[in-house]
Design a protein around this ligand. Structure first.
Ligand SMILES: Nc1ncnc2c1ncn2[C@@H]1O[C@H](COP(=O)(O)OP(=O)(O)O)[C@@H](O)[C@H]1O
Ligand SMILES: [Mg+2]
Length: 273
């Protein structure tokens, strides 16, 4: 059975009725990673948020979003909250916006866990600390004492990944997780995502316009243009034989990060590995 099935997803502007995302469909098997690619403004973020039913002011959605066979569209808002975090967990582009700026990270993280588990405070702290250590945050007590603005973008991404490790979600959604990071940090964060998948076996959706990232992590690719899915296929096939000119452009608009990878890795050609 597929972990996630999306059918006829439409998203439109309430006031004008303008369609922003039109009839998108895809599915995700256990442990599978789908990359959603497309230029800025094509509807990638709207699609991600729609999966979690995160309301956008002035925007409505319809369609079937089935998580392990349960249609999320049929759930009450209260029921839906239970699925955010453990069912679908979103790792956002901008860590600064993902966390409450006025609260220490530890307070935020413990609260996020308390909403899903009956663990004691020390149990939660222990699990968070181990997860933080595993993603290279070497001083968990210090990280938990900090406010979001006191950490770099790369560290905040790691905090979100650590939280995902503890939550063990069915589906991880990462919306441009490396866009705000410098190349080396982006490289490290992508490697953390690869490890995260191996470790949890979660299905994953990653939005990226970096085809190097896509090639490194995704099993299959969906290409969105102006709110429509114009092409999809296995990652290898997309790179070697994309049908749509738009996809071919994306692929040939060269893999900026992959070139940096090669430099970082001392010339090893990861892209063909
Ligand atoms: N709340 C909103 N109300 C109206 N239009 C929106 C809203 N949010 C996004 N849009 C529009 O929907 C389109 C897709 O946006 P988005 O999903 O953020 O694009 P992407 O993530 O692919 O860059 C854009 O044209 C954007 O202007
Ligand atoms: Mg976006």
């Amino acid at each position: 059975m597929n972990v996630l099935e999306v059918e006829r997803l439409n998203i439109w502007e309430e006031r004008t009725g303008t369609l922003l995302v039109h009839n998108i469909a895809f599915s995700l098997a256990q442990g599978e990673c789908l990359a959603i690619v497309g230029e800025s403004g094509s509807g990638k973020s709207l699609t991600c948020k729609a999966l979690m039913r995160l309301k956008h002011s002035g925007v409505l959605q319809s369609g079937r979003i089935a998580l392990k066979g349960i249609d999320l569209a049929q759930l009450s808002d209260k029921e839906m909250r239970k699925y955010r975090g453990r069912g679908l967990c979103m790792i956002m582009q901008n860590g600064m916006r993902a966390f409450d700026p006025s609260r220490r990270l530890g307070v935020f993280l413990l609260e996020a866990l308390a909403a899903h588990f009956d663990w004691s405070r020390s149990e939660m702290t222990f699990r968070l600390s181990s997860a933080m250590l595993s993603v290279g945050l070497n001083n968990p007590p210090e990280v938990m004492r900090r406010y979001p603005h006191q950490l770099s973008g790369g560290m905040l991404q790691r905090v979100m990944i650590a939280l995902a490790i503890v939550l063990e979600p069915d589906v991880i959604i990462a919306d441009e997780p490396t866009t705000a990071l410098d190349t080396i940090t982006a490289y490290e964060v992508v490697e953390q995502f690869v490890k995260l998948r191996e470790r949890l076996g979660s299905a994953m959706i990653i939005v990226s316009h970096d085809m190097g990232v896509v090639r490194r992590i995704a099993d299959k690719v969906a290409v969105i243009k102006e709110g429509e899915l114009v092409e999809r296929g296995k990652t290898g096939a997309i790179f070697t034989g994309a049908r749509h000119p738009y996809t071919r452009n994306l692929v040939s608009a060269k893999e900026a990060l992959s070139r940096h990878y090669k430099q970082l890795m001392g010339g090893a050609d990861f892209a063909d590995g």
